[in-house]
Ligand binder design. Structure first.
Ligand SMILES: Cc1cc2nc3c(=O)[nH]c(=O)nc-3n(C[C@H](O)[C@H](O)[C@H](O)COP(=O)(O)OP(=O)(O)OC[C@H]3O[C@@H](n4cnc5c(N)ncnc54)[C@H](O)[C@@H]3O)c2cc1C
Length: 474
């Protein structure tokens, strides 16, 4: 067997799954993680006996292999979960995803009439004439009509994402915005017709790689982090090497072959030689960390891809449940989503308490990202104003952050992404996988699947060479 290990960068769902797969095929694997724990976005922050999640996360999948692997790993610790979501618009609470019936009955009758007229107008006009440049704004207008677009999407998207829908590629609206039932049916008819006529959807392949909640929902008594924790334990039990608190600084290459990874831990840099690499780091950061540097086209593509950050404010409250649903969305507050872990069957200390997690979308340049006291004050003021809790009920507050929470499908991102994926596909011993690694809104089970697939591609690419090197010389 080759002396050098295969190095996997990032110990989130994708990296853990890739490491598992490589291990199961007999490869020596080193898994590198910048944080002090594995799990990435699906890991949790442990504070005074409680686990605060980035989100929090629910496990679900329709993929039989991922389901069976996670059920095998977790056994009876995997608990069924029922999700409830409410969204507040114009002083009313709506179920989520929005249903046509609720919109009709809860909005003022005059608005409903205007919305219906503009819906029909935009729908028909859109079918007759396509816009010169399709953006998320033109797509949403066509799907919902001007009135509903303005009420439900325009300002909300601008606030949560920092830019208006007109600056987003149509892929953003297609993948991120849940549809009315009627529009789902219309979409299915169109897809069926396109298949019959032999037409193909344009753009980057996203089939199977779209963030959708399908299949039964699961959690554990310590949230999703118990799953990623156990994946990491299984990896190290099988002699995998997990380097925590270790940040990737450079990926060394000779032409189209990766030769090593420069990492930093405890303020010291060192180089790990490697047989091959799977990266789950943000694709643009991986591209920019290659040394020698890639050509100007790849560097400019890497600089064009953006991520939206989220600051999470975890709040412990001495009440079993605080919110009216497990997830609640707001348009006018500092946080766009807040979750009550009391609905998840989590073990929360002390008994009778719950944990709330508020999500504040921002940019790392914003003050909300850097100023902990400011973000805490903003969240508490909104909770009090919304009559969700009183300041005196708060027992603890903690702030934690995800810099690369959401890939941003801005106009033209497809070209930048396909340039980088094209560059990486030319490498003989390198693969990129995961939500950040392939710049796609995917859920944990798809990130895991991407990890498996990247390992399979890498093994197929490197197998012949490694086996030939390993064979005894005649
Ligand atoms: C708010 C929110 C809620 C979500 N809710 C759900 C849900 O309920 N269910 C669901 O299935 N999915 C959910 N998702 C999606 C899910 O989080 C992701 O699909 C999944 O966690 C992605 O895994 P990954 O391994 O691709 O990336 P990540 O989890 O981001 O892992 C990448 C890892 O790389 C490490 N890393 C980055 N840079 C470096 C470096 N330079 N050196 C070393 N290590 C580095 C990071 O620390 C991280 O651990 C949610 C996402 C968000 C943002």
């Amino acid at each position: 067997m080759s002396q050098e290990p295969t190095v996997v960068l990032g110990a989130g769902c994708a990296g853990l799954a890739a490491a598992w797969r490589l291990q199961s095929r007999g490869r020596r694997v080193v898994l590198i993680e910048a944080e002090d724990h594995a799990g990435g976005l699906a890991g949790g922050i442990r504070i005074r006996g409680n686990v605060y999640e980035y989100g929090p996360h629910i496990f679900h999948t329709t993929d039989p292999q991922i389901l069976s692997d996670i059920k095998g790993l977790m056994g009876a610790d995997l608990l069924p979960y029922r999700r409830t979501i409410q969204i507040k618009f114009l002083g009313n609470y709506f179920q989520f995803p929005l249903s046509m019936t609720e919109v009709v009955f809860k909005l003022p009758p005059a608005t409903v009439l205007r919305a219906a007229a503009s819906f029909v107008y935009c729908f028909v006009a859109g079918a007759l004439r396509k816009p010169e440049v399709e953006t998320s704004e033109t797509l949403l207008r066509r799907c919902y009509g001007e009135v509903l677009y303005r009420i439900f999407f325009k300002n909300y998207i601008t606030r949560v994402w920092g830019i208006p829908p007109s600056e987003f590629s149509p892929a953003f609206a297609r993948e991120r915005i849940p549809r009315f039932d009627l529009l789902e049916i219309w979409d299915k008819i169109k897809t069926l017709a396109r298949q019959r006529l032999g037409g193909l959807a344009q753009g980057i392949r996203t089939s199977g790689y779209v963030e959708k909640v399908e299949g039964d929902l699961y959690t554990t008594r310590q949230g999703f982090s118990m799953i990623t924790q156990r994946m990491a334990e299984r990896f190290t039990e099988k002699k995998g090497e997990l380097l925590l608190n270790t940040a990737v600084k450079k990926i060394l290459r000779e032409g189209g072959r990766v030769t090593g990874v420069v990492v930093e831990s405890d303020g010291r840099e060192r180089t790990l030689a490697c047989e091959a690499v799977i990266s789950t780091l943000p694709i643009n950061e991986a591209a920019l960390s290659l040394s020698p540097e890639l050509g100007p086209e790849a560097v400019s593509a890497a600089s064009a891809l953006r991520f939206r950050a989220i600051v999470f404010v975890g709040i412990k409250v001495r009440r079993a449940r605080v919110l009216r649903a497990s997830f609640m969305y707001f348009r006018e507050h500092s946080f766009n989503r807040i979750t009550d872990l009391g609905y998840f069957g989590f073990k929360i200390e002390p008994a009778g308490s719950t944990l709330l997690v508020a999500e504040v979308s921002c940019d790392p340049k914003d003050r909300l990202w850097t100023d902990e006291e400011m973000v805490k004050r903003a969240v508490v003021a909104d909770l009090v104003r919304e009559d969700i809790l009183a300041q005196e009920e708060i027992e603890e507050m903690h702030v934690f952050r995800a810099k690369h929470a959401q890939p941003m499908y801005t106009m033209g991102y497809e070209k930048a992404l396909s340039t980088l994926l094209g560059v990486f596909s030319e490498f003989s011993n390198f693969e990129t996988a995961g939500r950040q690694g392939r710049f796609q809104y995917v859920n944990t089970h798809v990130a895991m699947k991407m990890g498996y697939e990247a390992a399979d591609r890498l093994l197929a690419k490197t197998f012949d060479r490694i086996e030939r090197q390993d064979a005894p010389h005649a």
